[in-house]
Design a protein around this ligand. Structure first.
Ligand code: PBE
Length: 301
């Protein structure tokens, strides 16, 4: 009996010890003298599978020959990615993430974009407002406001940050509108109030789109509309406006990030142009990874 136990212990130790060392090897601070790949298990920490940034990152993996060097993209969610990033930064550990702006990750954490010499992600992006066909004649007031709606990354970030700090998105939107009457009047000045009209907006529950959709919905409510907003996956969102099941969405990251959907549904929606300029998408790492500055460094350093 005793002997058996001892043997059992022996095997358990055999199993557990390498497990502990395997885990702890990934818990070490970043070491610029060692190759990066093994330090992060050749993993890029990503977000939800449907996001355009995930498709672009797959393209980057091909174009930069990253898969040949074992690199892979891990699917998770924005919340899981930013929490993993938070923990890594606290311990100064290496990490490579899918990053974009506007987003509070760039205000909250010391991170930097990696250079993209092959231009996979594009230099800059804009976010467009997309409405259904026929909206202009059916609901000219809503159309006019949606057409005028525009703001800048700083303004979007301030709403996002409040929501990230725990504020209810609708309340955060109302608060922003109250604090920015000048901006809001640029969108609504001279537009007649309506009585009893309804509006349906769809969006993907990314922080940026939670912010913009809630602000626009609230402005339309103050105009007199009964507005519903519904969160869904990216493909059904594009389908909803294209089939007229929804009236509008303000979530089209272009030209690259949502480019595939834009092409797929082209001709079935009305593009009202950018509501925000100066957005950016790419791969990012903590600033303390000083020698990693380009996507090409993932293979070479
Ligand atoms: N994002 C934020 C989205 C759009 C909004 C960059 C994560 C994406 O499709 O990748």
């Amino acid at each position: 009996m005793k002997k058996r136990r001892l043997i059992g212990f022996f095997f358990i130790t055999l199993l557990v010890v390498p497990l502990i060392t395997a885990c702890s090897s990934q818990l070490k601070p970043y070491n610029s003298k060692e190759k990066l790949g093994p330090q992060v298990n050749y993993t890029i920490t990503g977000i939800d599978a449907g996001a355009g940034i995930m498709a672009s990152t797959q393209t980057a993996i091909t174009k930069y020959d990253l898969s040949k060097h074992n690199w892979q993209l891990q699917t998770s969610s924005t919340a899981a990615m930013t929490s993993t990033l938070d923990k890594a930064i606290k311990d100064k550990r290496p990490i490579v993430i899918t990053g974009w702006q506007p987003h509070w990750m760039f205000t909250k954490f010391p991170i930097k974009f990696l250079k993209d010499p092959k231009n996979v992600y594009g230099k800059a992006e804009h976010i467009n407002t997309i409405v259904r066909k026929g909206l202009k004649s059916d609901k000219p007031e809503a159309y006019e406001i949606l057409d005028r709606f525009h703001w800048n990354p700083k303004q979007m970030s301030s709403v996002m940050l409040n929501v990230n700090n725990g504020k209810d998105p609708e309340k955060a939107a109302k608060q922003w509108i109250k604090a920015n009457p000048k901006m809001v009047s640029e969108w609504t000045k001279g537009v007649p109030k309506v009585k009893g009209g309804t509006m349906k907006m769809t969006y993907v529950a990314w922080d940026s789109e939670i912010a913009s959709t809630n602000v626009v919905a609230e402005v339309l409510r103050q105009q007199g509309y009964k507005v519903t907003i519904q969160a869904m996956e990216i493909q059904p969102m594009w389908a909803s406006v294209s089939t007229k099941a929804a009236d509008a969405q303000v979530s089209a990251w272009l030209p690259k990030t949502s480019g595939l959907y834009y092409k797929d549904y082209k001709g079935k929606f009305v593009d009202l142009g950018p509501n925000l300029e100066g957005a950016k998408v790419g791969l990012a790492v903590p600033k303390y990874m000083k020698n990693i500055n380009s996507i090409e460094d993932l293979n070479n350093k």
